[in-house]
Ligand binder design. Sequence first.
Ligand code: MLT
Length: 386
Amino acid sequence: MADILKLNAISPLADGIFANYNYSDKIEEPDGIMVRSAQMADYPVGKKLLAVARAGAGTNNIPVAAYTEKGIVVFNTPGANANAVKELVICELFLGGRKICEAVDWVKTLKGKGAEVGKLVEKGKGDFVGGEITGKTLGVIGLGAIGIAVANAAYALGMNVVGCDPYLSTANALLLNPAVKVAPALDDVYKACDYISVHVPLTPDTKGMFNGKTIAALKDGAVLINNSRGELADTQAVISALESGKLSRYITDFPADELIGVKNAICVPHLGASTPEAEDNCAVMAAKQLTDYIENGNVTNSVNYPAVSAPREGAARICIHHKNVANMIAQLTAAVSSFGLNIENMTDKSKGDYAYCLIDVNVAPAAELKEKLAAIDGVVRVRVII
Ligand code: MLT
């Protein structure tokens, strides 16, 4: 029975999927980990650890590169919380145009004015006039599951929508409303849009992508919405842009101390995926991906290893994480053949510098085959599933 550590509170809908596992927050040497936002940089990785499943989209709380080198698969759950985040973005589009937050705060100051409240409201409401989103242009940076949901919903609300994503997959492109324009370069989005909503992961390439230079390229008075990660924007550059009026609003799900209280900054306490529906969806998806990997070696929605899944054939499955280098497959198959085994099925795919291989064989291999495979230069990890 494999051991799964829960590093955060996870929806109880995952419990049934782990019915045949030791699944708790007390496991010391886990085979797998379920995590939401717990910071894993200092987590002491044991030898048994096969995989980490993040019930959410971002994986910046997990030291992915170090895990890749150890052959530990990191999963996320793309799309599972997309509807929840989309709904928050739609709310923020309205908050970007209308002065609802300020107006609601102002109404609180009328407490105790008794019968005067109605008159004061009519007199004061002129300070809170705001614009509609219909007919305005929204730029969506990043057209993954969330970006697509946002783009389609904003279009349905009457906005003109321009998207941009250098990594747009064919599958995602087909989900995009054809009326949404796809711009070839970010600059085309920056200069054209009244609203910008960013939906990209935090990576060394995207960190600080909204800085003094890129903000200067935006339309004057643009509304910038960031529900992805705070570090995508340079906070000081955002504050200067709010002060100068270059940005009319900055709305983020990732408050920074410097931003709190700044005029026209709206800070939401990371509520994008905080709905019971999204928490259930993420937990179920993460748990299914983790158990399929532990039981069958199949990899679906990993951020560090390629998607490799196949129905089981033969008596045993050999799972091999290896570096993406020449002559690897020939060496793997030669090693398997040297033990007299017949390969029933084999799939090998790469992702960047690493690759993953599934080999189904007709009989359960001797333990020495695992050692022989592991000794090949460039092989990172070998696991045999009977
Ligand atoms: C995500 O990465 O999925 C969202 O930011 C929500 C979360 O952190 O759970």
